[in-house]
Write a protein that binds this ligand. Structure first.
Ligand code: ADP
Length: 577
């Protein structure tokens, strides 16, 4: 309803066409009665009142019938266009809102949820709505109006029979409500199973390389088969119940129809009501009660849509943990300070403890340490993907918690461990932060990242498509595109998290040379395993199990002879394994 309100005028117009269509749809029934009346009573008929003879009466009926049918068809065309377009526009807005909300959810949310399930909500569940909106709403309006109009005519012609005819209506409605309540959980289960199945499908397609290399095709097929079977079983339960709705309601309709037929028939035989009136009654009963069988379909469509709505709204109402708003910052200097940071992911144990350090603006700090010691987590906290459990992170003297999220992230260029490229050309991927940037600037950035040479060797150079997730490129090539992307972004703070781990030594040396130019005047955070890449950093932090255990320049750390100097000796080959 909230979404419909924005287009209230259009909904009213659509409803109006539905009502008009219903009126034109019922009218022929009355015409049949009048026609019977005309041929039976001839000069004493209803239309004879206009002074017409029988032939004239029939012609008048013909003309009326013609126009009524034309109007019925025309209004059907109109309401059908209106409702279907309204359904599409509502879906469109809901889709955008849901996607926007999903985009703003925190990383922690995505770690817990399956991509496939999110996809099935954003795609299937939203698309499910049109099945109800395109026709269901129209049907509800039409059934409601036809019931009122026909019941009114009924009571006017034959009040006693009318009572018999409307008698089943409360039972029909009760039946519909009864089924509503029972269908809801079944359809929700269907949608949930569809989400689980979707999740596995999406996961498998993106992991197809691993599946093939482990020849796990049969194993995966079995899993899919199990989940598809569960989906089928959930559907079977829903089908069993939803298929009962129409027959049950039809029996109630039958009761009403029989009573009109018999009671009205006897009255007609005994001359208490005319033949014309009787035929109208029989038709009307059918017209009154028959559409109510549609309630069955509507019930099913409605519950199906509600199951999807429940999933969509569940997603839409997921609270956003990291608020985007806050103090705007136009330009940052890049002085970073971590004060007593403590952090754990979800309910797990602490990943970072007692982290305090300071990186003056424009200097380079390097973090080294065993995998899992928390280096990347530091970066994620700096970019506010997560909240620290305690302590604060200060940028240029301001707690980043209070800063505008977009401004903060705009000022940080991140080259992360796993590079994600989007389906598109090489140039588009490099210019991801600045889509309007000129080709010259893109090439310049690529040269600095040592990417230019391999790019021009590709079939279409900078216009070569990289494939989904950049899978047509090697790991080292992807990394260099990511570096070029960060260089083009030209941020005040540059974060290189294992940025050159997948390139060969020679290329790495070349990139190091470029980086010397790039990091000039920028605050740079480097995370690296190969110590040769960070030896020139202004300060080096050695991390272990979430804590900083050593700190100093390369020379200072070598002199102290601790963990760092041990690692250095290992890597330079001074220690034989
Ligand atoms: P590093 O970058 O030093 O290799 P990370 O910062 O990536 O280490 O990880 C530190 C620890 O946090 C590891 O033990 C890892 O298992 C855990 N961890 C990382 N990301 C998550 C996450 N999203 N949820 C739960 N635990 C995580």
């Amino acid at each position: 309803m909230k979404y419909a309100r924005a287009e209230r005028g259009k909904y009213l117009a659509a409803a109006l066409f539905s009502v008009l269509n219903k009126i034109f749809d019922i009218a022929p029934e009355a015409l049949i009665g009048i026609a019977v009346d005309t041929v039976v009573k001839r000069d004493n008929s209803l239309l004879a009142g206009f002074g017409w003879n029988v032939e004239q009466q029939l012609i008048a009926l013909g003309v009326a019938t013609f126009f009524i049918w034309v109007f019925e068809s025309y209004t059907e065309y109109l309401y059908s266009i209106k409702w279907r377009n309204l359904a599409q526009s509502l879906q469109h807005r809901l889709r955008l809102d849901t996607y926007q909300h999903v985009q703003n959810l925190d990383m922690a949310y995505f770690e817990d949820k399956s991509t496939g399930n999110l996809l099935s909500i954003l795609n299937d569940d939203i698309n499910q709505l049109e099945r109800f909106l395109e026709d269901g709403v129209n049907q509800i309006i039409q059934v409601f109006f036809s019931s009122i109009i026909i019941a009114a005519i009924f009571f006017f012609i034959a009040p006693v029979i009318a009572v018999f005819a409307v008698l089943p209506i409360p039972f029909i409605l009760l039946g519909a409500f009864y089924f509503q309540g029972r269908l809801a959980p079944r359809f929700l289960e269907v949608r949930t199973k569809a989400g689980i199945l979707g999740g596995r499908l999406a996961n498998n397609i993106s992991g197809i390389f691993t599946i093939k290399s482990f020849t796990a095709e049969n194993y995966e097929l079995k899993k899919i088969e199990e989940e598809s079977a569960e989906y089928r079983a959930a559907n079977a339960k829903a089908i069993r119940l939803s298929s009962m709705v129409t027959p049950v309601i039809r029996i109630a309709v039958l009761a009403g129809f029989l009573s009109t037929l018999l009671y009205g028939g006897f009255k007609t035989i005994h001359g208490e009501i005319g033949v014309g009136a009787f035929s109208v009654l029989v038709f009307l009963t059918q017209r009154l009660l028959w559409p109510l069988t549609r309630l069955a379909d509507i019930t099913v469509l409605y519950q199906r849509a509600m199951a999807s709505i429940a999933r969509i709204f569940d997603l839409l109402h997921t609270p956003i943990g990291i608020e985007a708003g806050g103090e705007r910052i136009a330009k940052v200097d890049g002085a970073i300070r971590f004060e007593n940071i403590r952090f754990s992911y979800g309910s797990g144990g602490p990943v970072l403890e007692n982290i305090s350090f300071e990186i003056p603006a424009g200097t380079t700090a390097a973090f080294v340490g065993t995998t899992g010691s928390g280096k990347t987590t530091l970066v994620k906290l700096l970019m506010r993907f997560y909240h620290p459990t305690s302590g604060k992170i200060v940028l240029d003297g301001r707690d980043i918690q209070g800063l505008n999220l977009e401004d903060l992230r705009k000022n940080i260029g991140l080259v992360s461990q796993d590079v994600f490229l989007f389906h598109g050309t090489v140039a588009e991927n490099i210019a991801y932060a600045k889509p309007q940037e000129s080709r010259e600037k893109i090439i310049e950035a690529a040269k600095l990242a040592e990417a230019h040479d391999f790019i021009i060797e590709m079939p279409e150079g900078y216009d070569t498509l990289v494939g989904e997730r950049g899978q047509k490129l090697s790991g080292g090539q992807r990394q260099r595109l990511a570096i070029a992307r960060a260089i083009l972004k030209n941020p005040r703070i540059l974060v290189l998290d294992e940025a050159t781990s997948a390139v060969d030594n020679e290329t790495e040396m070349a990139i190091q040379k470029s980086l010397k130019k790039i990091v000039l005047g920028r605050t740079t955070i480097m995370i690296a395993h190969r110590l040769s890449t960070i030896r020139n950093a202004d300060q080096i932090f050695v991390m272990e199990r979430g804590q900083i255990v050593e700190h100093g320049s390369h020379q200072e750390l070598l002199a102290t002879g601790g963990i760092y100097s041990g690692l250095w000796k290992l890597q330079t080959g001074e220690i034989d394994l």
